[in-house]
Design a protein around this ligand. Structure first.
Ligand code: UDP
Length: 323
């Protein structure tokens, strides 16, 4: 298939592009390089430097690519930042997303695999989290993902655009070639590994008074290659549907730090800090639905394998991508 990928120079986008190409698909990457890196774009993909805020440019690029499906990874994705700058999240993730959807309508592109997030559930009252849980986001980031999903329902009903919403839990790890390079980095695993690399003195643990086994937040870390394989399977879906996507195991922040110590063999000092605004205490996926309907099965569910792949990439690229 021909796939139009926005944000294909970013962390998740770049590795999904690599895996789409490995699976024999043709890919056009559309990215404004505001956060992504040119070197993260697989050379087998066609690259268009463009911005979703530019409705006409987006439409032209989509028309030229004439794709069978769109995969939008371009979005702002930091819960804490969204708690300070909500406008950025509604602008980038909702308003610019409307430009993409309208370009799809104009160009007759009928399928989308959407990068959604478990953040739209807020703080669920039970885990593992199934798709039926109420949508109650705790941050503008989660709200922006919920709004885009709601829009997709109407674009399906009115314009016949078939969607698959993939609600990611915590994407982590690397492929052999591409990895995580956010500036600034806010995510847990790369921040812990930055300490291991000697780039930071200590890792900060945000919040130790949650109602969890050791008081720190529980998250479900999914290997980026397993996340990519779900996108490829989603292309086969012929119905509009939402899937939760995680490995199904929850780890506390302290357990993640411990796993990083084991994988790297380094002490990795940690310091306890207050809670970070917008963080739900416990997010663990039930991925039963995507497993039974699309046959998705994680190849790398073990946290130490996920951390080991990230560690290999960061050691090979201690300063990330070239600017
Ligand atoms: N976290 C932390 N120290 C860090 C980065 C993150 O303690 O340097 C915590 C964060 O508060 C959350 C968990 O690790 O409880 C996962 O955060 P991350 O930003 O990686 O992903 P999120 O769950 O926010 O998407």
């Amino acid at each position: 298939m021909r796939i139009f990928v926005t944000g294909g120079a970013g962390y998740i986008g770049s590795i999904c592009v690599e895996e789409l190409l490995n699976a024999g698909h043709e890919v056009t990457v559309f990215d404004n390089l505001s956060k992504g890196h040119r070197d993260a774009v697989d050379p087998r993909a066609k690259f268009v430097n463009g911005d979703l805020a530019d409705a006409e440019g987006t439409r032209q690029a989509l028309r030229a690519a004439a794709p069978d499906a769109v995969m939008p990874f371009a979005a702002s994705s930091l819960v804490p930042e969204s708690m300070v700058y909500p406008s950025k999240y509604f602008q980038n993730n909702v308003a610019n997303g409307i430009n993409l959807l309208d370009a799809m309508v104009d160009c007759g592109v009928k399928r989308i695999v959407f990068s959604s997030s478990c953040a739209l559930f807020g703080a669920p009252d039970r885990v593992p989290m199934t798709e039926e849980l109420p949508v109650k986001p705790l941050s503008p980031y989660g709200q922006s993902k919920a709004m885009f999903e709601q829009m997709l329902r109407w674009y399906d009903q009115i314009h016949g655009i078939q969607y698959v919403n993939l609600r990611y839990f915590n994407a982590a790890g690397a492929s052999q070639r591409f990895g995580e390079d956010h500036r600034p980095e806010t995510h847990l695993i790369p921040n812990v590994l930055a300490v291991a690399l000697g780039k930071k003195d200590q890792v900060e643990i945000y919040g130790t008074d949650y109602m969890t086994p050791d008081g720190t937040c529980v998250r479900d870390y999914i290997h980026i290659l397993d996340l990519a394989s779900a996108h490829i399977l989603a292309l086969q879906s012929r119905q509009s549907v939402s899937y939760n996507l995680g490995s199904g195991d929850g780890y506390t922040v302290k357990q993640v730090v411990e796993a990083c110590r084991r994988v790297t063999g380094l002490p990795i000092p940690a310091i306890e800090r207050p809670r970070r605004p917008g963080d739900p205490p416990k997010l663990v996926a039930s991925s039963k639905k995507i497993a039974s309907e699309l046959g998705w099965k994680p190849k790398f569910p073990k946290l130490t394998d996920i951390v080991a792949s990230a560690w290999a990439w960061h050691r090979a690229h201690p300063d990330g991508y070239r600017e």
